[in-house]
Design a protein around this ligand. Structure first.
Ligand SMILES: [Zn+2]
Ligand SMILES: [Zn+2]
Length: 336
């Protein structure tokens, strides 16, 4: 007889601006070509905090949040995966119809959707995931590090997109998880990497990861004429900051920007110095695989980015705390 998972599970749901709760609901039922994943850990992302603030345009009330999760396949309908497989979710859902989708650019689909925003996410004991969104993770990558594969894939994608070569120099603006991960990965390719930040806790965490961090509240960044600037702060004024440190023919990679901010770009300098502005958004599936390999080789340093782990039962509380004091928060979704 087939083993069947049923009953109730805990999940963290969004209920409107500034309101999330942990509640119980039925364990979801499998459809064709999906797997039921028993979630181990799920990361909390800056975008989850944006949803919490009520500023995200698409999230419905009662949605289970979370797009940075992994776990074990406990039931499956379809080929390619078996019960017991350890998997991470590639959370992008593309339409398959638009021009980017037809040009091997499905990750920048015109109608891009995500688990944890448009579909139920991973801040729960269980999550149903389409089989083509699952990527196997070897046991070699220790718990709870697979929960960091998604943000690490953002970093790896941005670096690939930039064309950064070994020995190039870079300033990374913004010492949050994405900025720190980018600086950390770049640090394996070059010694000339400088991360800038303003938040004491995050700066301390980044330094603990071995990064060279300039606290711009206390000192001015002295390096000039770098080959690359990665903008990961997502606040106003950073493109101007990038313009100060970038060298002739340099490349400015914009990784995080918030819709509401006005952006001023010095177009004259862009022309006169032949600068390049590069946008980098999310990741391809291959970036997840590269992130897994990279993580396996660098587990100890990577684990330092996790500054807090909370149990799912009390995960709602983190949203009401001063979230900025944390670097990366993970939710332990395992049942005890
Ligand atoms: Zn994320
Ligand atoms: Zn599309």
């Amino acid at each position: 007889m087939d083993f069947c998972v049923f009953g109730l599970m805990k999940s963290l749901v969004f209920q409107g601006a500034e309101k999330v709760i942990v509640n119980e609901r039925e364990i979801p039922v499998l459809g064709e070509n999906t797997a039921l994943v028993r979630v181990d850990f799920c990361g909390i992302c800056g975008s989850d905090m944006l949803i919490f603030s009520g500023k995200h345009p698409r999230v419905n009330s009662e949605r289970i949040l979370g797009h940075e999760f992994y776990g074990e396949v406990v039931d499956v309908k379809g080929d390619g995966f078996l019960k017991g497989d350890r998997v991470v979710c590639y959370p992008l859902i593309s339409c398959g119809d638009c021009k980017p989708c037809n040009n091997n650019l499905a990750y920048v689909c015109k109608d891009l959707k995500l688990y944890g925003i448009d579909r139920e996410g991973g801040m729960a004991n269980y999550c149903v995931v389409d089989l083509d969104k699952l990527i196997k993770v070897p046991l070699e990558l220790k718990d709870p590090l697979p929960a960091l594969i998604e943000p690490l894939a953002v970093a790896i994608h941005a670096i690939k997109k930039s064309g950064f070569k070994d020995g190039d120099s870079a300033v990374v603006i913004g010492s949050g998880p994405i900025g720190s991960l980018i600086a950390w990965v770049l640090g394996k390719k070059s010694e000339k990497i400088f991360l800038t930040g303003k938040n004491e806790n995050k700066i301390e965490c980044a330094r603990n990861m071995g990064l060279n961090v300039v606290n711009v509240r206390k000192e001015e960044i002295k390096v000039r004429e770098v080959d690359y600037v990665f903008e990961c702060a997502g606040v106003e004024g950073v493109v101007e900051e990038a313009m100060k440190v970038i060298g002739v023919a340099g490349k400015i990679v914009i990784v995080s920007l918030h819709k509401e901010h006005e952006r001023k770009v010095d177009l004259f300098k862009t022309v006169f110095e032949e600068l390049e502005l590069i946008g980098a958004r999310v990741y391809r599936k291959e970036d997840f695989k590269d992130a897994i390999d990279f993580a396996i080789d660098n587990q100890e340093d990577l684990s330092k980015i996790i500054t807090k782990v909370v149990r799912l039962e009390e995960a709602d509380k983190v949203f009401y705390e001063d979230f900025k004091k944390n670097m990366k928060v993970l939710i332990d979704c395992r049942r005890n």
